[in-house]
Design a protein. Structure first.
Length: 519
């Protein structure tokens, strides 16, 4: 049977000018938050795969980009993203990818809003909730990652699940089968969708409502994910990947560890504030929907454990919180102070404030160059975590025809694959567990941290070239090693060649800061 009529959409008595005005201000704010122009390191891995796929005429099951030992087969869960991104980038450049990001981001917001309305929230409450959870736009839309598809399909799955739960009609759940098949080939985040279906089955069973349709769709959706180039090997990879510790990658660390390291402090405090405020609000309205409560609780737990999972908490709150806000507003309507808010002078002040915010956010969006795809060439002074690229070192490599096995930073690996392959093969890169055995990853990160056994890594996997963050501990150690000669350095990168190879090392060259640009 359907959920009680509590969640049927009420007739909104909110002033239309207020709803439309807040909607426009939020749209301007959302576009401003989506306007990130520094290319994400993972983008180049997608493009490199797409180039290999389209130019080779066959599906790449073996890695050709790395000189370290790799897994066989190469199970690249984002393969379809690369196949789509490559022609888009080659024909429309960075602007094409940015437009895709904006469209997917706005579609995600529209789905959150539609699901909240489906649950009975008023337009005003749904928009206010979007303001509260907008933090996910800054967290998840670095241009351009495969996660944008997960962030779209997650609320779409919620919409289908909530529609079935509220109406008691389950026919639309069949749409989850093709959705899961597509999602599994675009990004491994499809597991979040499967997890939601499982939790809906559990929650409805505990609530003594029909749960077998969810359970059946869960198993069929799992089977649908086998429609991929790797078959069962995809799930073999996922089993290992889910349990793999990623303590060396900042987005995978816990909120507590990020706080201790001084990383993403603003984002962490915002997340905690939103979770605490939302929890108090939901407690105030005596929220008793068990299924949504399970979803909310699990996403909070995951967000505390891994920074990258905080996005799911925001997405879930954007869907579930508006009904609580609606109840709060309905109670407040009986207060005389609510009526006073619509006095002419306060209404005029609100309109003026809305115009100012809309203009401010629009200006910031346009000033940032929303369709550009930038490659910062040097680190920003004082920033602990940031994206930049060794553009000057790459130019030096090309100008001097230096080729071979290139030991480099994790965050630069995919970019160097894109711009230097086939002349150079890299050590480790952001494709991480899809390509490299866990033991190789541990050895690599031990080297990059300059631990006592760092020379063993060089002996075991000898490189022809070394390109490092010039500020790092391991870079200082390599500078002191007489078997390597530094031939290039700038504020963010240092390039080394074997000291014995005089032909490849014409002498140390310190360059001026390279200009920002693209590949």
């Amino acid at each position: 049977m359907p959920v009680p009529a509590l969640l049927s959409p009420p007739a909104s008595s909110d002033p239309s000018w207020l709803v439309r005005g807040l909607g426009l201000v939020f749209l301007a704010r959302a576009l401003e938050r989506l306007t990130q122009t520094a290319a994400d390191p993972d983008l180049w891995g997608y493009l490199a795969f797409g180039r290999l796929f389209w130019q080779s005429g066959r599906f790449p099951y073996e890695d050709v980009f790395a000189y370290l030992p790799t897994l066989d087969p190469w199970v690249y869960h984002e393969w379809l993203t690369g196949v789509l991104f490559y022609p888009l980038y080659m024909n429309l450049g960075g602007a094409g990818l940015q437009v895709l990001k904006y469209l997917l981001g706005l579609a995600t917001l529209a789905l959150i809003y539609a699901t909240a309305r489906r649950r009975g929230a008023t337009p005003l409450a749904a928009i206010l909730a979007l303001f509260l959870v907008q933090g996910f736009l800054a967290l998840g839309y670095s241009p351009v990652r495969a996660q944008v598809f997960t962030y779209l399909f997650f609320p779409l799955t919620l919409y289908l699940l909530e529609t079935a739960r509220l109406s008691g009609r389950f026919c639309r759940l069949w749409l989850l089968l093709p959705l899961q098949a597509l999602w599994a080939n675009l990004h491994g985040g499809f597991l979040a969708g499967l997890g939601m279906v499982a939790l809906y089955s559990l929650g409805e069973a505990l609530s003594r409502r029909p749960f077998l349709p969810y359970l059946g769709i869960f198993f069929l959706s799992g089977l649908a994910t086998l429609i991929n180039p790797y078959g069962l090997k995809y799930w073999h990879y996922l089993t290992a990947a889910v349990s793999l510790p990623r303590s060396d990658i900042s987005e995978w660390i816990s909120l507590w560890r990020a706080y201790k390291m001084g990383l993403f402090l603003q984002e962490c405090f915002l997340y905690l504030a939103v979770v605490v405020l939302s929890s108090l609000f939901l407690a105030w309205v005596r929220w008793r929907e068990l299924t949504p409560l399970l979803i909310f609780g699990l996403t909070v737990y995951l967000g505390l454990g891994h920074l990258r999972h905080q996005v799911f908490t925001y997405l879930v709150l954007g869907v579930y919180l508006p009904t609580a806000i609606t109840s709060f507003i309905e109670v407040w309507r009986g207060d005389p102070r609510w009526t006073r808010l619509w006095q002419p002078y306060l209404k005029g002040a609100g309109v003026l404030l809305g115009i100012l915010f809309f203009s401010f956010y629009t200006y910031k969006t346009l000033a940032a160059g929303p369709f550009r795809l930038n490659l910062p060439p040097v680190p920003q002074s004082g920033a602990k975590s940031q994206i930049y690229y060794p553009l000057g070192a790459v130019k030096y490599l090309k100008d001097n025809y230096l080729k071979g096995n290139l030991l480099t930073e994790f965050n630069w690996g995919e970019y160097l694959i894109w711009v230097l392959f086939p002349d150079c093969r890299v050590s480790l890169d952001g494709r991480y567990e899809t390509v490299y055995p866990e033991v190789v990853c541990r050895e690599y990160f031990d080297f990059m941290k300059g631990r006592d056994n760092w020379r063993e890594f060089l002996a075991k996997y000898p490189p022809d070239l070394i390109l490092l963050d010039s500020r790092s501990r391991i870079c200082s150690l390599i500078r002191q090693d007489k078997s390597w000669q530094q031939v290039y350095a700038d504020e963010g990168a240092a390039l080394f060649v074997p000291a014995k190879d005089q032909a490849a090392a014409p002498g140390f060259k310190r360059a001026a800061s390279p200009a920002s640009g693209g590949p």
